[in-house]
Design a protein around this ligand. Structure first.
Ligand code: ZN
Length: 130
């Protein structure tokens, strides 16, 4: 399953971040999954529940943010937010559009505990997962 390989790539990225910071455990992982990314958030959660076992994220929660779909119209240049199944310009109704946001899959934030530092550290990231 697609979501399993994405999830294991995600866990590797998180483990690398945790290793760099000398973190003992990861508490919370926030990712952004666009409605057009082709990834099912439910399947991703299910994969996470299985794959986190034995990793530094074993006790972590996965939060999935779903950003809106934003397009730029090639006809009139307007940017609009549209439902994922109808990528038409809100200004002029043209379907000639480019996706500005909505197809991303991104690691946003990792919260981890690092011994000898204030208990909670947040690492912000904008790295693409795959
Ligand atoms: Zn337009």
């Amino acid at each position: 399953m697609h979501e399993f390989s994405i999830c294991s790539a995600l866990l590797e990225q998180v483990a690398a971040l945790a290793g760099k910071r000398g973190a003992s455990a990861v508490q919370r992982i926030t990712i952004e999954v666009g409605p057009l990314s082709g990834v099912d958030p439910g399947l991703l959660q299910a994969a996470f529940a299985v794959l986190r076992t034995g990793s530094c994220s074993a006790g972590a929660n996965l939060f999935i943010d779903t950003p809106p779909v934003r397009i730029r119209c090639m006809a009139c240049g307007a940017e609009s937010i549209t439902p994922p199944n109808r990528l038409a310009c809100a200004q002029c109704g043209s379907f000639r559009s480019r996706i500005v946001e909505g197809d991303e899959l991104r690691l946003r934030r990792v919260e981890m505990s690092v011994p000898a530092l204030p208990p909670k550290q947040t690492v912000r990231s904008a790295a693409s997962i795959h």
